[in-house]
Ligand binder design. Structure first.
Ligand code: XUL
Length: 549
């Protein structure tokens, strides 16, 4: 395993490692706060190089410390798409100068934060097909944008548009066809808002991309690279029965929308070839660019769960729970989603916005370090937290729907009045996040025996034990530094060389640690789950004062 920024480990770029022929692929991951890249050898199952660019730290000129532009309205969350382009130049340059075997890369794919959209004008066609290697991507592509900012998945400002689309199409029909009811952060409602607020700019828009298909377009020097089924399903526009854009839903969202969308294709599609701009980083022009997908579908692959019955819990900026789906099924409560599984078929997904965002808030509030947060706090407290519970709604929440966020507390007076210890508050937030996942994943109708954990917070043993006990499942850690970037690289290997996902998973996604459920704790959480459900429902649905002590 190479640490971020370390060069390829003593391998030549000629594609040989000892006697073994190497088969090298590059996976990129454009997430909310950073762009990461990983170079893999699909034969040996090794990671040859990895690197990353932090939007806040490495690109301070974009004024987006957490990858998001400041906005007075807390429901509006946009990013500057030019920032993602500057990051792409910077990342490839870092990889190349650190000695990664760029010349041996045989295919590229990528992962994008889901739902975010990029708007291109007619000019984009020429600009994308004639990128000049002497000039940076951001500078060249700026004139191709018909909208200067991109709404991203954290945006919750489209309630009105969701209601309009639902009433035009019918809520049930929308959910049964697209796998989700109208959702604020999904691309269709976001496009509708843009059309309503800026009809002229909307009219000047020739192509609307997801973050994933936008970056795939840049790599392949074409302005209209397709959108894959995995990420396309997060738009409220793709009909999952026909796997085509749904004409009725598209026209209920915005006029002539169908003609502005790139083609929808299976994730394994080679959507283009690398354009000559990128040869300055040592990459070979003409190698296949494989359809990019969303970060969650890519993570499903990179966690080794695309073809096996594992559920995956990703503890990142947002927390997500997802799994390959046996039969197409929608969430009657409307919080869960159905996306395309890059390995074929579908995947379920439930997203919680108050993931690391909320954990960081508590960590900062109490001035503790991650060691305390991840381990010590759990040694000093007991499962069930003596009946003290919280709901960590620090930012607007998606699951359940909370647009006016505030944390809720229940239990002892000391706890509810904030006079309790940091360790109790930490256990409370982790128990709430885990119980919330359990409750909101019931609709999938499967008892998962194994849960794989990824993301920064998955290093915390205490958090993993709570998950194992709440789900009564074995929690497995895997030796994967970034499951979305790895998943993207595996998707490239699958599409270019036809290597089955099972085979790739057995090489790259090995279990490194297993945390088993403790029977006594499982019982504690079984009882607590009922109380938690009532607490959640009273707090959110009846909008109490925020303190149920
Ligand atoms: C999923 C979701 C987030 C983003 C950012 O629906 O909104 O997980 O993909 O990671």
């Amino acid at each position: 395993k190479t640490a971020t920024g370390t060069p390829a480990i003593g391998r030549t770029a000629k594609g040989k490692k000892g006697n073994l022929e190497m088969s090298i692929f590059l996976g990129l991951d454009s997430s909310t706060q950073s762009l990461k890249g990983v170079v893999i050898d699909s034969n040996s199952g090794s990671i040859l190089a990895s690197n990353s660019v932090s939007f806040g730290k490495d690109l301070p000129d974009f004024n987006s410390p957490e990858g998001v532009l400041p906005n007075r309205d807390p429901l509006v969350k946009h990013s500057n798409p030019l920032m993602w382009l500057s990051a792409l130049d910077m990342l490839l340059s870092k990889l190349s100068s650190s000695g990664a075997p760029m010349g041996a890369v045989r295919g590229i794919s990528g992962s994008g934060q889901q739902h975010g959209s990029v708007y291109l004008s007619e000019q984009a066609k020429n600009i994308f097909s004639s990128l000049d290697p002497r000039i940076g991507l951001a500078e060249q592509i700026a004139p191709a944008l018909s909208r200067s900012s991109s709404p991203i998945w954290m945006d919750s400002s489209t309630s009105m548009e969701c209601a309009e689309i639902s009433s035009a199409v019918g809520g049930e029909r929308l959910q049964q066809s697209t796998g989700s009811p109208a959702i604020e952060r999904f691309t269709g409602p976001q496009i509708r808002k843009f059309y309503k607020e800026s009809p002229e700019s909307y009219a000047q828009t020739a192509k609307i991309h997801l973050v994933s298909s936008f970056l795939a377009s840049v790599l392949s020097g074409r302005y209209d690279a397709p959108i894959d089924y995995g990420d396309g399903a997060g738009m409220n526009l793709l009909n999952l029965k026909t796997m085509k854009w749904d004409a009725e839903i598209c026209s209920a969202s915005a006029p002539e929308l169908m003609s502005k969308l790139p083609q929808a294709v299976p994730s394994s599609t080679k959507t283009g070839t690398l354009c000559s701009y990128f040869s300055k980083y040592g990459l070979k022009p003409g190698i296949p660019v494989v359809a990019w997908s969303g970060d969650n579908p890519c993570s499903l692959v990179g966690s080794g769960a695309a073809t096996q019955g594992f559920a995956v819990v990703s503890l990142g900026t947002s927390d997500t729970f997802f799994a390959a789906m046996q039969d197409f099924k929608v969430d009657p409560n409307g919080y869960g989603h159905v996306f395309g599984n890059p390995a074929g078929g579908f995947m379920s997904l439930i997203c919680f916005k108050n993931g690391s965002l909320a954990r960081e808030k508590i960590k900062e509030q109490y001035g503790v370090d991650w060691e305390f947060f991840g381990t010590t706090a759990f040694e000093k407290t007991i499962p069930g937290n003596d009946g003290d519970m919280m709901l960590p709604f620090f930012v607007p929440e998606i699951t359940p729907h909370v647009l006016d966020p505030k944390p809720f507390y229940s239990g002892s007076r000391a706890f509810c009045t904030g006079k309790s210890s940091p360790e109790k508050m930490i256990r409370a937030i982790v128990e709430a996040q885990s119980l919330g996942m359990k409750l909101n994943s019931r609709w999938i109708g499967e008892k998962f025996k194994t849960i794989r954990v990824t993301g920064g917070a998955s290093r915390a043993h205490g958090h993993c034990q709570v998950l194992a006990d709440v789900f009564d499942a074995e929690v497995q850690k895997i030796s994967v530094p970034d499951s979305a970037a790895l998943g993207a690289a595996m998707m490239a290997a699958n599409a270019v060389d036809g290597i089955p996902f099972e085979k790739l998973a057995s090489k790259f996604c090995k279990e490194t640690e297993s945390i088993r459920p403790i029977t006594k704790n499982v019982e504690t959480y079984r009882h607590m789950a009922d109380k938690f459900e009532i607490f959640l429902s009273e707090s959110v649905h009846f909008k109490t004062s925020g303190n149920l002590c």
